[in-house]
Design a protein around this ligand. Structure first.
Ligand code: GDP
Ligand code: GDP
Length: 439
């Protein structure tokens, strides 16, 4: 089930990123071998009174420009309008109410989506200064006074957000539908692909109204199965204001990944791998999703020989070494080349992502592994792996009970992981290891 989305909007320097960091609790997420994911965070999970939601700092999306504030604000408001279930409009007690605040409030009000008005930098607790009451003029109801820096008032803010969160966020597609996110940079061919797939014969395409946040998801049923292609980056309605802002396309990709079972990571055969691709793919990996790397525009690659595909695969394997389990598929959204294969692969990697291996079978394998390569030791103490079990799927997650966790080096975990993959396939899915000490 997708989590509802809450966006923070406000002029530069009102304290958006301070508030964002306060609310997400500055938890460190450490993923050592995933490039580019955790560095500049503008999107993170949050929980209040048992309800979970995703928080977006729309200010963090701004490219560094000299654009006038109003133009920046339009973009932020547009992001909130496109993506959020609830918007927090942040203003600044020190600056007082400004004309820009009025403009933004009007833009947001037009959409009819819930808004929480919040006045930041109310650093002293107690009765607010008289100027505080000016903020009622925005027509957004009672403003909430907070100090993002000190943390006062954030509980009241979260209570107000809590009351406005939708009961059932996002889609309610039944289990038989595989939810697919086609993700990638602008212009790699995401919309061409979805349109092509939806246009194929015997495919039933419909937009399920009412049940989705994004009424532009494409439902496709064919001989391969039942699929929902999640609309990414406004595949259907490209937003002029936001197109080509890298962080915006990354954000939309992240949102689509969260809702998906399978991610089709699309790159352009003529361009090869780029830094932005690693940010997008890295997130799908981090979230444990089944992944396929689709190399699109294969039709437009000139002077192909019988070696081109192999050479390109080798290059890409190096670039995507952090997710070496992901299969490559060379496709053309324009001509339809290998799109049948794409459906097959989507079904396959989804199954692999959902695989369940029994404890008995797993421990037979473990015995074989430890007999073949001795576990590491340090100062006379040797690692003992007592047993392994798989408590959950999507992605397959294994718990290893050991005598000393520090001895279970990454390289030995890798070895076990490779053995598991060799025995059970697990193509297209990341797997997770949890190490628990036990006497
Ligand atoms: P953004 O541009 O809206 O993301 O604003 P920032 O979060 O970067 O904050 C801008 C400035 O306001 C920084 O110098 C913060 O330290 C300061 N600031 C943020 N919140 C508060 C607050 O509650 N009280 C005070 N006095 N300063 C704050
Ligand atoms: P998106 O921004 O990722 O949704 O990309 P689009 O689907 O809008 O495609 C961007 C451009 O690439 C358009 O001009 C498409 O016609 C073109 N394009 C998409 N797929 C292919 C393909 O398989 N082959 C070729 N030659 N061009 C393609």
């Amino acid at each position: 089930m997708a989590k509802p989305i809450v966006a923070v909007v406000g002029r530069p320097n009102v304290g958006k990123s301070t508030l964002f960091n306060k609310l997400i609790g500055q938890r460190l997420s450490i993923v050592e071998d995933t490039p580019g994911v955790t560095r500049d965070r503008i999107y993170a999970p949050c929980e209040w009174r048992g309800k979970q939601f995703m928080l977006v700092d729309t200010g963090g999306i701004e490219p560094k420009t000299d654009d006038v504030i109003l133009k920046q604000m339009r973009r932020q408001a547009q992001i909130a309008i496109d993506t959020a279930d609830v918007t927090i409009l942040l203003t600044d007690m020190k600056d007082g109410l400004t004309a820009t605040d009025h403009e933004v409030a009007d833009m947001l009000l037009k959409t009819g989506k819930p808004i929480v008005l919040c006045v930041n930098k109310c650093d002293s607790v107690g009765e607010p200064p008289l100027e505080f009451y000016e903020f009622y003029n925005l027509g957004l109801g009672e403003p909430i006074q907070i100090s993002a820096a000190h943390g006062h008032g954030t509980g009241d803010l979260l209570d107000a957000v809590f009351d406005l969160l939708p009961e059932h966020a996002g889609e309610d597609y039944s289990e038989e539908y595989i939810k697919v996110a086609v993700i990638g940079k602008p212009n790699v061919g995401k919309s061409s692909l979805v349109n092509k797939l939806a246009g194929e014969e015997r495919a039933i395409v419909s937009n399920i109204a009412g049940t989705t946040r994004d009424a532009t998801d494409s439902v496709i049923e064919n001989s391969y199965g039942k699929f929902v292609f999640i609309d990414t980056a406004g595949i259907r309605r490209k937003s002029k204001v936001l197109e080509n802002i890298e962080k915006y396309s990354v954000l939309r990709a992240h949102m689509a990944v969260d809702r998906s079972d399978v991610c089709v990571i699309m790159i352009d055969a003529n361009e090869g791998f780029t830094e932005q691709d690693s940010k997008i793919a890295g997130y799908a990996h981090e979230q444990g999703k089944a992944c396929i790397i689709a190399v699109n525009k294969w039709d437009a690659v000139e002077n192909k020989t019988d070696k081109t595909m192999k050479e390109m695969t080798e290059d890409l394997e190096r670039s995507f070494s952090f997710m070496s389990y992901a299969p490559f598929l060379f496709i053309s959204a324009a001509t339809g080349q290998r799109l049948n294969k794409l459906f097959e692969m989507i079904v396959h990697v989804k199954e692999q992502n959902s695989i369940r291996i029994s404890t008995g079978v797993l421990n037979d394998l473990l015995a074989y592994c430890t007999a073949r390569v001795q576990p590491p030791s340090d100062k006379g103490r040797r690692l003992k792996i007592y047993y392994m079990t798989q408590p959950s799927t999507n992605p397959p997650t294994f718990v290893a009970f050991v005598n000393r966790a520090d001895l279970f080096h990454f390289s030995y975990q890798r070895y076990i992981e490779n053995q598991i993959r060799e025995s059970f396939g697990l193509e297209g899915t990341p797997i997770r290891f949890i190490v628990r000490e036990r006497d």
